[in-house]
Design a protein around this ligand. Structure first.
Ligand code: DIG
Ligand code: MN
Ligand code: MN
Length: 401
């Protein structure tokens, strides 16, 4: 039976139909995921990069991202590499797609079984730098302006195998070296580090957004380096993803984002965006939209193993439509008079507390604060009306207001 794909232009368009303006992107490896898992073989045929570009464009996606070897096979000759890249660039042009982000596969080949930049074997560390420089060249050639580093195997199974102090230093040495490579070549490229707490290693170095933020400020070129947080990864660490994203945003370090979903702390599920944590994803999309985040809305996710190719495109369209549904819910939340009135009441009053807050330190302020008199009983008795606020939020999310 031939695969019947309904291109965006033929499908009934509604408020949630994705358009290029939404800046939705997918990795080649996401819709190209063949359904292999540790307990079962591939269930879907390989999709070619050109076919992926065509189908994603028809669905309304804006961009496609890639690891070097998603496009150019590990063993490709330079001539084969150039032919593949030429054909891919033609497809990008034909279907009006861009490549916002690129990255290196430093985790699939057996060479990297003990890591890449933190591997104990110096030949592996050196090869990882070579492979990454070549992959950076490829990404820049395709127009990428963000380069992601997910240190999938930068960690340990046997704690005795690596000195954690040395591992962090080796990671810094690699990132500093590659930042300098970008500067030497005049590339318009920023690095986005992607944390994950574990899997495939028992423990991964720099496991969360917080760890990565601290690491960035120890680098030689911290201005070039930001974050690529992923929903599933922070959830694996049992953290509030929206708060992780907020801290990256507030630090001016949200350079990219991997959107998907996850059923709490367990193996990395990379589920369809919004398929599980409805309330959390509402507030995540509200944060991204309210903050004016202008970067790609990238889905690092894949279809269930049960799916055929049509199921893959159902998955991709679902990611994008659900994002747009949360975006519309956020607009309704922000426009809801009762919610906004309640928020104004909750956050009302003189937030400077008579000029004592929000202006930083002065000896006069410190003296006035120390002498200030507080109605402690009234403060202790205050009710914040969060039950009402949260109920109104739920009613927005459930579509009853
Ligand atoms: C996994 O979450 C990682 C790899 O897929 C890739 O290196 C990165 C790109 O977003 N995410
Ligand atoms: Mn993941
Ligand atoms: Mn990811």
């Amino acid at each position: 039976m031939s695969t019947i794909i309904t291109p965006a232009q033929e499908r009934t368009s509604d408020l949630y139909t994705p358009t290029k303006a939404d800046k939705f992107s997918f990795g080649l490896w996401t819709v190209g995921n063949r359904g292999r898992d540790p307990f079962g073989d591939a269930v879907r045929p390989t999709l070619t990069p050109v076919n992926i570009v065509k189908k994603l464009s028809e669905l309304g996606a804006w961009g496609v991202n890639l690891h070097d070897n998603d496009l150019v096979p590990f063993e490709a000759t330079p001539a084969e590499r150039d032919r593949i890249v030429r054909e891919f660039k033609q497809a990008l042009n034909d279907y009006g797609m861009v490549v916002p982000m690129a990255t290196t596969n430093l985790f699939f080949h057996p060479i990297f079984k003990d890591g890449a930049f933190t591997a104990v074997d110096p030949a592996v560390r050196a090869f990882a730098l070579q492979k990454t420089m070549r992959a950076i060249d490829l990404g820049v050639e395709l127009g990428a302006t963000t380069y992601v580093f997910w240190g999938g195997r930068e960690g340990v199974d046997a704690e005795a195998s690596k000195d954690p102090l040395v591992a962090v230093k080796r990671m810094r040495e690699a990132i500093d070296f590659l930042c300098q490579y970008v500067l030497d070549n005049g590339y318009n490229l920023r690095f986005a580090l992607e944390p994950k707490p574990n899997e495939p290693r028992s423990d991964t170095y720099l496991p969360t957004v917080g760890h990565m933020l601290a690491f960035i400020y120890t680098l030689a070129h911290p201005e070039m380096v930001g974050l690529n947080p992923e929903v599933a990864h922070e959830n694996m660490a049992n953290l509030n993803f929206t708060h992780s994203v907020a801290q990256a945003l507030e630090a001016g370090k949200l350079f990219h984002i991997d959107l998907n979903d996850q059923k709490g702390p367990r193996y990395d599920q990379d589920l369809r965006f919004g398929s599980e944590n409805i309330k959390n994803h509402f507030f995540l999309v509200k944060l991204l939209e309210d903050s004016g985040y202008t970067g790609p809305r990238h889905f690092d996710a894949h279809a269930y193993r049960t799916e055929d190719e049509q199921g893959v495109w159902d998955f991709a369209l679902g990611c994008m439509r659900t994002y747009n549904m949360f975006k519309e819910k956020a607009r309704r939340f922000n426009a809801d008079p009762e919610i906004q009135a309640l928020l104004a009441e909750i956050n009302g009053g003189d937030q400077t507390y008579g000029g004592l807050l929000g202006s930083g330190y002065s000896t006069e302020t410190a003296t006035r604060l120390k002498e200030a008199l507080f109605d402690l009983d009234a403060l202790a008795r205050r009710g914040y009306h969060y039950e009402k606020l949260d109920q109104l939020s739920i009613e927005i999310i459930l579509g009853t207001r």
